[in-house]
Design a protein around this ligand. Structure first.
Ligand SMILES: C[S@@+](CC[C@H](N)C(=O)[O-])C[C@H]1O[C@@H](n2cnc3c(N)ncnc32)[C@H](O)[C@@H]1O
Length: 306
């Protein structure tokens, strides 16, 4: 069994929880989730994982119940709330019962002792996040829009239904680049040359291969994808009453298989009727993420056969 500890920076509680649940995990406490498998390096909000090795009714009992060889030297830590810290008491107990050498720096293994529910205690091998998609996206975040954090872009991709991804308003490219780093078939564009210049720099910095053309999103240019986008936030350049994000969303609905998009909260009352929303997640800055599908009978083809 694997235990997963999530981080949720301020404002990102709902999306981080949704990401954990979407990957098939069960929530056990505010921060801890559990499951059989978990892909730590591809997750946006998971901080570390613990592969369970023993249990008990107390920390001491859990340590005494360890009955496998632990790579030596090793370090023993405890989890208090969201903080991890070395524990000399547990380390001496482990040394007495399991043997091996204890060492704080550069250990061959870290054993974490924690309680997910205040009743049962668990010990397990702790694994830190390494070589992760979030780290890679972090390399480009100086050149990205403040409206979307790298972690949130990755979580959107992880929450999206399993179809090729299209972001027709890529801005500096966080969503399509996160999708590519996750190995997804990805299409993107933007209608702003400045943004595209940054997106292409970011693409090259990450050594990824994707076309980033200048295109108008009001005219959909690909079909059968999942629309994953962080719509432009401003009110319309088209009229005073129409909202540009809603107009862009409506334009794409007939051509997509599914969507996972960020919209302003105020639009929730005026959403088009030709969609089914399967999940709604509160997001930062009075915005909401909606995930769903268009009603099938209403989908159109961009390139009809005849
Ligand atoms: C909120 S930003 C997207 C930020 C992006 N997720 C990032 O990682 O930087 C919205 C983007 O939509 C683009 N945009 C606005 N109207 C557009 C349109 N009609 N067609 C294509 N792109 C558009 C803007 O140029 C801007 O880059």
């Amino acid at each position: 069994m694997i235990w997963i500890h999530r981080n949720f920076p301020r404002g990102f509680d709902d999306i981080s929880k949704a990401e954990m649940l979407a990957s098939g995990l069960t929530q056990v406490s505010e921060r801890l989730f559990t499951g059989d498998h978990f892909d730590l390096s591809n997750s946006a909000y998971a901080g570390f994982t613990v592969e369970e090795i023993s249990r008990g009714k107390s920390a001491e009992e859990a340590i005494k119940n360890i009955c496998i060889d632990i790579p030596s030297p090793y370090r023993v830590e405890k989890l208090q709330g969201s903080k991890r810290m070395g524990s000399l008491t547990y380390a001496f107990l482990a040394e007495d019962h399991v043997g091996g050498d204890i060492r704080a720096a550069d250990p061959a293994a870290i054993i974490l002792v924690f309680t997910p529910d205040g009743t049962c205690w668990v010990t397990g091998f702790l694994r830190e996040k390494e070589d992760s998609v979030v780290e890679k996206l972090g390399e480009i975040t100086e050149r990205t829009c403040v409206s979307l954090a790298a972690q949130a872009a990755l979580a959107l991709v992880n929450l999206a239904p399993d179809e090729p991804i299209v972001d027709p308003c890529c801005g500096t490219g966080l969503i399509p680049l996160a999708a590519l780093l996750r190995g997804k078939e990805t299409y993107t564009a933007d209608n702003n040359y400045k943004m595209l210049r940054m997106a292409r720099l970011n693409r090259d910095l990450l050594d990824l291969d994707i076309e980033m053309p200048h295109k108008e999103a009001m005219e959909p240019w690909i079909e059968n994808c999942c629309l994953v986008t962080d719509f432009p936030a401003e009110r319309s350049w088209m009229s005073n009453t129409k909202d540009v994000s809603l107009e862009l969303f409506k334009a794409w609905i007939p051509y997509i298989k599914s969507f996972c998009v960020i919209l302003p909260n105020r639009l929730m009352e005026n959403l088009p009727e030709n969609i089914q929303i399967n999940k709604r997640i509160n997001f930062t800055a009075d915005r909401v993420i909606i995930i769903g599908t268009p009603h099938k009978l209403l989908t159109k083809q961009l390139f009809p056969v005849n």
